[in-house]
Ligand binder design. Structure first.
Ligand code: SAH
Length: 379
């Protein structure tokens, strides 16, 4: 089946994939380290592809947000962009005559919505080269008096004002937390948000369910057992450890969907993004389980009426898709039986933009008894 044609794994090395998936800017040191490798390798240096006037594929590899492709993908995600637009335009009381901070402004789209809704002033901070485009876009649309684009990292820039009334940001990564931009929002909140100010969105939650996925597991995992007659099963282990970012059909869902964790962006600390939570998934039919699937919801609770969106398999697809965690075992489950377990999520110690996931699961069922621990890395 081709339902996942073009599905992109999180790990990627080339421009095409780097622009198609939301990879955060790598640190300068990392960039320097690998750039040197590129320069020292005659082959790689010679083959560097020229993309823009002064950009090479290496530049985009380290800073995928500088390329318009990723912004195009986000802007065309109507669930995402329309949700923000509706929140802003239908709740102008939150913005009218307010000082707004747009954390990670990209093309400046959220700043433009806020300016249009009557904000007194909007500070749009963007660290990638896209900041230059955002400035042009703001000018071209006649908002240069209201929106100030600041090029730089939130953690390094100075704001011309001591406090802001509203912080708006679209910081969510795959599996909600991949790329770890949430910390940047919390940093901005603690430094600049006035007492009684609002953070938008202010709630985010992570959810879990279980799916039947024989066909695709075969294609992505078992594939390595026999590749043109050769045993490449050593790669299987690695493939199992990488969560797959892809869309799941609602018909594949075997159990209920469970809320794992809710985060209150207006109150939480960075440490709250590391957690261990239990789960109980109750089978809604007799079936096999090949994978657990995680997804997130965000909400804006400060609106007239609660607003938000879900990236779950029963909702309209977004560019975040869902995150599929394949299980070592094929679990045979009967209606009413419960797959219990726990999930531990934490940023990787070496590279905090990556996420380490530990999964415990067990079933003591009619047809199947299983208990196992698996580790995954999103990178
Ligand atoms: N607000 C835009 C872009 C969202 S993507 C939109 O909704 O379309 C997140 C953006 O945040 C990217 O453009 C990225 O370059 C920027 N960003 C990430 N970390 C940042 C940081 N620490 N400081 C400034 N910008 C950051």
């Amino acid at each position: 089946m081709d339902r996942r044609k073009g599905g992109n794994r999180v790990a990627n090395g080339g421009l095409a994939e780097a622009t198609a998936s939301r990879l955060r800017v790598h640190s300068d040191e990392e960039a320097e380290e690998v750039r040197m490798e590129v320069e020292e390798s005659p082959d790689a240096a010679g083959e560097e592809e020229v993309i823009g006037s002064d950009k090479t594929s290496a530049d985009y590899y380290f800073d995928s947000y500088s390329h318009f492709g990723i912004h195009e993908e986000m802007l065309k995600d109507v669930v995402r962009t329309k949700s923000y637009q509706n929140v802003i335009t239908q709740n102008s009381f939150l913005f009218k005559d307010k000082i707004v901070l747009d954390v990670g402004a990209g093309t400046g789209i959220l700043s433009l919505f806020c300016a249009k809704a009557g904000a007194k002033h909007v500070y749009a901070i963007e660290c990638s080269q896209m900041a230059d485009m955002a400035k042009e876009i703001v000018n071209a649309n006649g908002y240069s008096e209201v929106i100030t684009v600041i090029k730089g990292k939130v953690e390094e820039i100075e704001l011309p004002v001591p406090k802001v009334d509203v912080i708006i940001s679209e910081w969510m990564g795959y599996f909600l937390l991949f790329e770890n931009m949430l910390n940047t929002v919390l940093y901005a909140r603690d430094k600049w948000l006035a007492d009684g100010g609002v953070v938008l969105p202010d709630k985010a939650s992570l959810h879990l369910t279980a799916i039947e996925d024989a066909e695709y597991k075969e294609d992505k995992i078992e594939f390595w057992d026999n590749v043109y007659g050769f045993d490449m099963s050593c790669i299987k282990k690695q493939a199992m450890m990488e969560p797959l970012v892809d869309t799941v059909d609602a018909n594949q869902i075997v159990t209920n969907c469970q809320l794992l964790k809710t985060m209150d962006i207006s109150k939480m600390t960075p440490g709250d993004a590391s957690f261990t939570v239990p789960f109980k998934l109750v089978a809604e039919r007799n079936d096999f389980i090949h994978a657990l699937v995680a997804y997130f919801n965000v909400s804006f609770t400060k609106c007239h009426k609660m607003m938000g969106f879900s990236t779950g398999p029963r909702s309209k697809a977004t560019h975040w898709k869902q995150t599929v965690l394949y299980l070592e075992d094929v679990v045979t489950i009967c209606e009413g039986e419960t797959l219990t377990g726990s999930m531990t999520v934490a940023p990787n110690k070496k590279n905090p933009r990556d996420i380490d996931i530990k999964l415990n699961y067990s079933l003591n069922g009619h047809r199947c008894q299983v208990s196992r621990t698996q580790y995954y890395k999103m990178r």
